[in-house]
Design a protein around this ligand. Sequence first.
Ligand code: FAD
Length: 459
Amino acid sequence: MRRILWFRRDLRVEDNPLLSLGGEVLPIFIFDTNILDKLHKDDKRVSFIFSRVLRLKEALKTKGLELRLFYGAPADIFLRLSKKGFEEVAASGDYDSYARQRDLEISHILPFNTIDDTYIFRPDEILKADQTPYLVFTPFYNRAKSLFGKKHLQEYPCLQQDLYETDYEGIFHCTQTEEKSYPIDLSSLGFQKMPLLLSEPAEKLADLAKRLDSYAKERDFPALESTSHLSIELRFGTLSIRELLRFLAKQKKSGAETEAFFRQLVFRDFYAYLLYHFPRLETENYKYTFQGIEDDAKYEAFCQARTGVPIIDAGVRELLQTGYMHNRVRMVCASFFTKDLLLPWQWGEKFFAQHLLDYDTASNTLSWQWSAGTGVDPQPYFRIFNPYLQSKRFDPKAVYIKKWLPELNSLETKSIHDEKALQQHQLQGYPHPMLDHKLASKQALEYFKGSLYLISLHE
Ligand code: FAD
């Protein structure tokens, strides 16, 4: 069979199901203008993807294959390729609304073979007895654990495949009316090369091996750097989820505590699963009609790390400077954004989407819905984090806060967790808290109660 292997969220040769299909193949990567045109020209993710695509190109050469690079709208590119006698396009599944619409469109041009690669479970693998999807994580997790077996650890071999020869050199740009070849350089796409200080997946795994036993206890403490930082690798498939699971199985065999980490991976699956079964969750509340109150000034203060609430500003600084934010801090920031500031969760989701290197529609959208209280989890809307208690508990010595807000170095640690002390500080250049947390929470609760009306996605 002659097929196009479309690499997307699986930028690797190891354990990649696309490479075990056999036949005559054309491996491709598309720099998709529908996505790139919406990004800032200094977007760090484009630098990351570009460097990993080049690596993939080199790695495929060692297998006798050549990755061809395209730049344009996928439909235009496949219309052109459809004239070359291909029988199918094979690609790993991608479940956000844009990806689904795009793949549907491509399937009208060429038969589309969706391969399961990105997640542990297929989206239809874990269903309730009545064959409907789970909405609550714990029963989903219990079922996932009972179904988890050897097949989820399967390693896909790289089979001998014949290369379909083409003359698509460089970065091949094509629209409906013209085609042109550009040099293989990020500037050909109009983007700046951004510095990225990221370690390799293998180093991250070696590091994780040392931390697994303490992961459950330490994962909520941002200063301890005790999490894996693997989210970006899983997002772009530079590490296979099955390789990670095999690593965990090996660690477990040698006596390491792996359950807490495995649980987080299942969380990632759960969010993708929910988005697959309920696509509307990407933009719409699952429950309650409240939408938040649009306020540009509050939004700007949050995005510029100028709320005067140290744990929030530290988190936003970390995000802006590195493209990463620790999970506990993401939760505290999202609660502050949707409850204290009463801003629409969609605004916060968009801000994170713009800056997170590991940005993933499912994890981001559903985490924001969780924080806003509008999502599927059974907790009602009145869970509101106190940012001062959170920082006191999870960053007691303010090590994380001071790392990102060095202007607070001269403040006593206890003052950093104390709203009253912060309202009186004399520091130059750092604002006083923009609101009174107790009052803001009270107002939020009143607002939520006032617009309380339950909705459901089930038609
Ligand atoms: P580790 O603690 O080492 O976890 C291992 C892996 O499990 C992660 O790499 C990730 O793939 C998965 N994972 C861990 N925690 C979660 C979680 N709560 N939900 C889903 N998967 C999880 N994660 C993203 O990958 N992309 C996002 O866009 C994203 N947006 C988020 C937005 C908000 C408001 C919140 C509260 C969380 C968000 N998360 C997102 C989940 C989580 O914060 C990150 O996955 C985690 O911080 C990544 O760091 P790590 O790899 O060191 O995690």
